[in-house]
Design a protein around this ligand. Structure first.
Ligand code: 4NP
Length: 180
């Protein structure tokens, strides 16, 4: 196969210095509203900025009630209204995510506490941040759970996450896509 790695890259990989790829995991409770929105907004902003090859995004929930489910229809509608395509299938956060990802972005303080509870030794604590720490245009410290509210709550989450994802992207660019 002429496209196999041995033909494309005949020398050892150290001869092909690739730009660093930062791996981001967005986490909420159910992984059907806020965190899939964050994942898809981040991918959208990275594509617009021409840096998709330097960022990998995924999302997870601290709970497993919705595992396997697509993003909530109301969140899909709110994202579509902003021209952001939404894809994904819910899964639960696991301990192995601590080693796979460089940065873990919690949507609210409860998610943050539930994530850190799985790291009793605190060895991964510095990888876990509150998503709103990167927002520059909103005073919120947490991304509000829109699940039991009306459409305006979903629109608000999209706008807040677009702000926070933009701030996170600027932060990653400023650190040359190295971890945090
Ligand atoms: P998310 O929203 O954490 O942003 O995905 C929720 C989804 C489902 C539930 C709560 C919040 N629930 O209770 O089923």
């Amino acid at each position: 196969d002429p496209l196999s790695p041995q033909y494309l890259y005949p020398l050892p990989s150290t001869f092909y210095p690739l730009p660093p790829i930062v791996k981001l995991l967005f986490v909420c409770l159910g992984n059907i509203c806020r965190s899939p929105a964050a994942e898809n907004i981040m991918n959208h902003l990275a594509a617009e900025a021409g840096i998709s090859s330097q960022i990998e995004c995924d999302s997870a929930g601290t709970a497993n009630y919705h595992s396997g489910n697509p993003p909530d229809r109301r969140m899909q509608a709110a994202a579509t209204n902003r021209n952001i395509p939404m894809s994904g299938s819910a899964r639960q956060f696991t301990k192995s995510d601590f080693t796979v990802f460089d940065l873990i972005l919690a949507m609210d303080r409860e998610n943050y506490a539930n994530i850190l509870a799985l790291d009793p030794q605190g060895q991964y604590r510095d990888k876990v941040k509150l998503m709103c720490d990167f927002a520059t245009q909103h005073p919120d410290r947490e991304v509000p759970d829109p699940y039991y509210g009306g459409v305006e709550g979903f629109d608000y989450v999209i706008d807040l996450l677009t702000d926070a994802c933009g701030g996170l992207l600027a932060h990653l660019k400023s650190t040359d896509f190295k971890n945090t």
